[in-house]
Design a protein around this ligand. Sequence first.
Ligand SMILES: Nc1nc2c(ncn2[C@@H]2O[C@H](COP(=O)(O)OP(=O)(O)OP(=O)(O)O)[C@@H](O)[C@H]2O)c(=O)[nH]1
Ligand SMILES: O=C([O-])CC(=O)C(=O)O
Ligand SMILES: [Mn+2]
Length: 605
Amino acid sequence: MTAELTDTAAPTTHQGILDFVSEVATMTTPDRVYWCTGSDEEWVELTDALVATGTFTRLDPEKKPNSFHAASDPTDVARVEDRTYICSVEEKDAGPTNNWMEPSEMKDLMRGLYAGCMKGRTMYVIPFVMGHLEAEHPMFGVEVTDSAYVTASMRVMARMGTHVLEKMEELSADFVPAIHSVGMPLAEGEADVAWPCNDTKYIVQFPEERAIWSYGSGYGGNALLGKKCYALRIASAIARDEGWMAEHMLILKLTNPQQVTKYVAAAFPSACGKTNLAMLEPTIPGWKVEAIGDDIAWMRIGDDGRLWAVNPEYGFFGVAPGTNEHTNPNAMKTINKGNSVFTNVALTEDGDVWWEGLENMPARATSWKGQPWTPDSEELSSHPNSRYCTPIKQCDMLAKEYDDPRGVPIDAILFGGRRKTTIPLVTEARDWTHGTFMGATLSSETTAAATGAVGVVRRDPMAMLPFIGYNAGDYFSHWINMGKQNDAAKMPKIFYVNWFRRDDEGGFLWPGFGENSRVLKWVIDRLDGQAAAVETPIGHVPAPGALDVEGLDVTEDDLARALAVDVDEWKAEIPQITEWFEKFGDDLPTVLWTELDGLKARLGA
Ligand SMILES: Nc1nc2c(ncn2[C@@H]2O[C@H](COP(=O)(O)OP(=O)(O)OP(=O)(O)O)[C@@H](O)[C@H]2O)c(=O)[nH]1
Ligand SMILES: O=C([O-])CC(=O)C(=O)O
Ligand SMILES: [Mn+2]
């Protein structure tokens, strides 16, 4: 580490922060403590140091200015859901979908792991705020980490630095203390490796205490603790207590040819299309999409009784493979401006990055594993969960409302998953409770965003399965109550979409990406009753001819199959939903059983 980034004296009088930092330093014994400022000089020093240790490779500034390639340890590539715990005081408060351990037992165990774990390293102190610093109740955090990579990434993903620390001091603010260590202390004189980590991993949330302890991984949601750990797991517990919602949702602004504006939030599981939808380029003339968020939405009832959403993040942590000028031109423009970190993609000979699905396949490259790669190689050049980390402000199509601490009033919520069968392109819920049923029974094939088997259908309620920071049965009740306690007419309408239905040969029935604007149009037109729908056992679907398919290159047969409600496929779903609901015992709101009974009756099941 360069001389500049060493032992900065504590730049705050906030006693809670001072105590937290000194307690962690005493436990983990770093060689140095560095308080992050968020300055440009700090970025230069951090990234220079990361280049010096071999973690970063600087990309050609002509292609990607001020940008870097990183390759993780091949065992540390995604969120580790089996190592993720909700350590509530009572086991039942973690519910049947979370791993649990008694908090003091977990703390004893982790204190053992943390003891001396930062030896030989610098401990970075990152004061950050999720959401706006000017919010009515700013949501502060302090992450301490022994990873310069995490520090550089947190600078992109969250508002952080001296101005945040000063505000915390001014308000004597509460904050979420978040401890992160890669779990690889260095002995005297021992050389570091490019991606330190530990085979033992724990990603732990203490929901009552509002604290996060993470150990052993340097990757993504395991390590950038403002994201999944705070803005979803801890925030969902806070939101339940305070009557708001923390959801795994993109937020977009949609403007129609008559300049009428609507706001849509959408919950899809990891690697199921949130970033792509948030940055969509409509294929239908006169329509415009602007992005507000691509992963997380915090939603509160406003004075007007509507549900207002903000994106608490400051950057995009997007899936690289599949991203290209056709599927997501706006992501390409954003990353091409530079100031980005690319992890686990291929490095080309001319100092750029490449991944599967990107244009201009190189004749030779270095794979994410550091091996020579050519188009004939059997292995992929990039890990399927490789990511770009890029500042949100670089996105030209970011809506101006992103900067408004009040957020935007949501008109429609979409749930969606990755299903080869059964789930039609789009279905409208009858009401909020039915929409909650759709969300609670959401299913999707697993992806590479988490370790474990890929392509297995699992229930992923509201796309929050790995992120609900408390009992999922109580979470469903909270959803139901949000509808009951507020003016139903002002709550968003709920829809269920599936871009991933397949034909018999395994091809997608629906072209997706920009063409999804046609579905958004139907959704928006439904809000004021302009688009026709037919009632089916599972909800309202577009009436024949109601979906705008002008100029769309899809056969009538494929379109019909994408939209079809197949009663037999749905009957097969019933035992799975029943089994899923039974997991929650008495904690499942009875109205969800009533919804299931209604569905069964309508299907004749
Ligand atoms: N077939 C098809 N694939 C899509 C569509 N939208 C996105 N994808 C693919 O799905 C993968 C993940 O898309 P993202 O938009 O990054 O997913 P995400 O939900 O933001 O993922 P996380 O960042 O993990 O939360 C990429 O490989 C995309 O190319 C679509 O409409 N149709
Ligand atoms: O958390 C991560 O590592 C990446 C992400 O956005 C997700 O998995 O939903
Ligand atoms: Mn995500």
